[in-house]
Ligand binder design. Structure first.
Ligand SMILES: [Fe+2]
Length: 301
């Protein structure tokens, strides 16, 4: 069983969202999954060129951990093509299904269907808008480590892109999932604060509480729906970056329930199937305040 962190710096308070770069722990201490262990069901698993390219981009991310400087990726024409195909199709679906806030945020960050956005440029804009940060990472990070970085108003993001043979699918996070799914939401201060609270929670949670946080993250950050001007819209990254999930979320096969935190943290989910249950939040502010109270209930706050 993982030991609980005894003290937390910076201290968890509502007012403390002014994290400075100097407050950040060293990125080089981050642990991550081995980049060479590309899962066998990954469409690029048997493509040597793809693996080499993915390793190269992962290497740039690794470099960040030593230098603290985000290196822009010179994406190839083939990679840009994958982006254009996915981003264009998603934009069509999102016009009807995504929250207006999200659509505006995407524009503010300069995320278009034309080209793959660089983490460096989005990072700069996010810092100005909500004091949020992006940090390149070369692979998957274990749950507590990944979530804990949110307490520093920092999201770890991959830079490589999915395999060209299946533009609609990736078994792992990639730049499409990060830039089209996650990043626009951080332009909202309430969402950014909520994410920071999850991060604080992860740092002090028992293993059981960490599992609950994982469910909260899943049903909001990844698969959340929001009530907006009397309509239900998508804001979760797993919905906004997947053709199949975004369409499925609004069918009769899904039970869309009003958000109830106590229920959400006890509800199991599956990675591999389409989601049968989704939760609808009334607003980011509500989500933030409800989460704040919940995290404050963890011992050791
Ligand atoms: Fe994600």
């Amino acid at each position: 069983m993982m030991a609980k962190t005894a003290t937390i710096e910076p201290k968890f308070t509502l007012a403390n969202n002014e994290i400075r770069d100097e407050d950040l722990p060293a990125f080089r201490d981050l642990e991550f999954a081995d980049i060479n262990q590309l899962a066998l069901d990954h469409p690029g698993a048997n493509d040597e060129d793809y693996r080499a390219r993915r390793d190269h981009i992962a290497g740039l991310s690794k470099n960040f951990r030593e230098t603290g400087v985000i290196t822009d990726v010179e994406y190839t024409d083939e990679e840009q093509k994958v982006w254009q195909i996915v981003a264009t199709k998603l934009e069509e679906l999102q016009a009807e299904r995504a929250s207006q806030f999200y659509l505006d945020a995407k524009e503010k960050l300069g995320i278009t269907t034309e080209r793959i956005p660089q983490l460096s440029e989005m990072n700069k804009r996010l810092k100005a808008l909500s004091n949020w940060r992006l940090a390149p990472i070369e692979g998957l990070v274990e749950t507590r480590g990944f979530l804990s970085w949110l307490s520093y108003r920092t999201m770890l993001c991959t830079q490589y892109i999915r395999h060209t043979s299946r533009p609609e699918y990736t078994p792992e996070p990639d730049i499409v999932h990060e830039a089209i799914g996650h990043i626009p939401n951080f332009t909202n201060r309430d969402f950014a604060d909520f994410s920071q609270f999850i991060g604080h929670g992860a740092r002090i949670a028992t293993d059981e509480q960490l599992e609950e946080l994982g469910r909260l993250y899943w049903f909001t950050v990844e698969y959340g729906l929001i009530e907006e001007h009397g309509e239900t819209k998508a804001f979760g990254a797993g919905l906004l970056s997947s053709f199949g999930e975004l369409e499925h979320a609004f069918t009769d096969n899904v039970e869309r329930r009003p958000f109830d935190l106590a229920q959400v943290v006890k509800t199991d989910y599956s990675y591999s199937d389409m989601q049968p249950i989704l939760y609808v939040i009334p607003s980011y502010e509500f989500l933030k305040e409800t989460t704040r109270k919940y995290i404050e209930s963890f011992s050791g706050k």
